[in-house]
Design a protein around this ligand. Structure first.
Ligand code: SAH
Ligand code: TMP
Ligand code: ZN
Length: 414
């Protein structure tokens, strides 16, 4: 069954119009967070999940995009605050911005994709003027209930200009795990240009291509993750819109990210870290097709290993349960063809996922209590980016003889 994904002049870079050369085909995929009711009869939307690299600006991007209203809507099930580690992390991000950038009289910060208010809550507590853009109504309401100011729209040129007209320019525009979700990056950059004050900064953090390639973390590729940034591609994009990449910071969050800081060209001296990361990318040939094709070959190897391990475990009569019904897991399950015959169910803390099925492969999702009732032999950790937090709260699983099964950076048991 084929979905009606929109193809933007196939093969043309969404940033510069250059030619995008495909290096990995992850097959036909459903919407990564479209969890199904058990007896749902309507056909699932699917689209071809293929990724390539622009020969001109080096931007790594999907070749097909899913209409945004099919992903981000009132029932969008990802709640940023479901991880306590991420709550602490974003409180720290907010404190850093308050200390370093929001120091003038009456500063103003805008967040793109504020979700349930995980970062802006701390800004609100400090009494600083703020506005979050959040089109997914359910999580936006949670942010509002926490006292955060939210505009329930997609950030783009038009909505950004409206905010500027009504509230003036922003000192900081911040975005975490959202900018890479936005194929219409040109509109967003024009919006940032309109809304950001003359000496302001645009700070965003997302999964880093360098980490995805090093760890073969191909599950970072799914409908919502349209771009995988490198310092090289971000620098080129910034320049097209009159901005300059002035800082980069590597982060361990979500399996390896970079926090990019852009400023209007010429307003800030770039930190040495920018040239260092650019040099490192050059040296390892990060954006070269040969590197990306080697990555693709490694992805195939992980698929073969994982399917073999799961098939062997089933043949031995072992029980395997998934841990974390993540968006990332949709890519793994559907690319590898892993269904309920190999993974009995997936447990997850998110209330609205309970009783539903994973998209495409239809594995049941159960509350965390099901995990221990009784413990399986193996837990396939789909939320591997939260491994520390999850393993710390499940000590009884390994004490009972259970083992964690991971597939990043390769298939292994801990
Ligand atoms: N910043 C949070 C949320 C990331 S999830 C965190 O790091 O945990 C991505 C969020 O971006 C979703 O809540 C989605 O609704 C929102 N989003 C998607 N497109 C957007 C756009 N154009 N403008 C603002 N938010 C957007
Ligand atoms: P993420 O990897 O995109 O952040 O998604 C994490 C998913 O894992 C989310 O659905 C919540 C779930 N989860 C648990 O079930 N238990 C946990 O302890 C944590 C941290 C997350
Ligand atoms: Zn390009």
């Amino acid at each position: 069954m084929t979905g009606n994904s929109s193809v933007h002049s196939k093969g043309a870079c969404r940033v510069c119009g250059g030619t995008v050369e495909e290096f990995l085909d992850l097959g036909s995929q459903p919407i990564s967070q479209a969890f199904l009711e058990p007896r749902a009869t309507e056909k699932e939307f699917t689209f071809p999940l293929t990724i390539g690299r622009c020969a001109s600006c080096m931007m790594v991007q999907l070749l097909h995009d899913v209409p945004r209203h099919l992903m981000f809507h009132r029932e969008y099930p990802f709640h940023s605050s479901s991880s306590q580690a991420m709550q602490a992390y974003f409180a720290d991000v907010a404190r850093t911005l308050l200390r370093t950038e929001l120091t003038d009289d009456d500063p103003f910060i805008v967040e793109i994709g504020c979700n349930d208010g995980i970062m802006l809550g701390t800004i609100k507590d400090a009494g600083v003027r703020h506005l979050g853009f959040e089109p997914s109504g359910g999580v936006a309401d949670e942010a509002r209930a926490a006292g955060v100011r939210v505009r329930g729209d997609f950030f783009e040129e038009g909505t950004a200009k409206e905010v500027c007209a009504a509230e003036g320019t922003a000192d900081v525009i911040y975005s975490a795990n959202t900018l890479c979700h936005i194929p219409y990056l040109d509109s967003v950059m024009r919006g940032v240009d309109a809304l950001l004050g003359p000496n302001g900064v645009f700070v965003f953090e997302d999964p880093y291509l360098g980490d995805v390639v090093t760890k073969t973390s191909f599950d970072q590729i799914y409908d919502e993750h349209f771009y995988l940034w490198s310092a090289e591609s971000v620098r080129a994009t910034a320049a097209r819109f009159g901005f300059e990449l002035v800082d980069v910071l590597r982060l361990s969050a979500h399996g390896g990210e970079v926090r990019f800081t852009l400023a209007r060209a010429g307003t800030r001296t770039p930190a040495p870290a920018v040239a260092e990361l650019l040099a490192e990318e050059q040296q390892r040939g990060l954006s070269e097709l040969a590197t990306l094709r080697r990555f693709a070959a490694n992805v195939n190897g992980i698929r073969d290993d994982l399917v073999r391990v799961l098939t062997d475990l089933r043949a031995q009569g072992r029980r395997v349960v998934g841990y974390g019904a993540t968006a990332k897991s949709a890519t793994v399950l559907n690319y590898c063809g892993i269904g309920p015959e190999l993974v009995e169910f997936v447990c997850d803390t998110t209330l609205e996922k309970h009783g539903k099925l994973t998209p495409g492969q239809h594995i049941p999702i159960r509350p965390p209590a099901a995990f221990a009732d009784p413990y399986p032999d193996y837990a396939l950790l789909f939320a591997w980016n939260h491994a520390e937090e999850i393993m710390a709260k499940e000590p009884a699983f390994t004490e009972a003889g259970g083992r964690w099964l991971l597939y990043v950076p390769d298939v292994h048991v801990v």
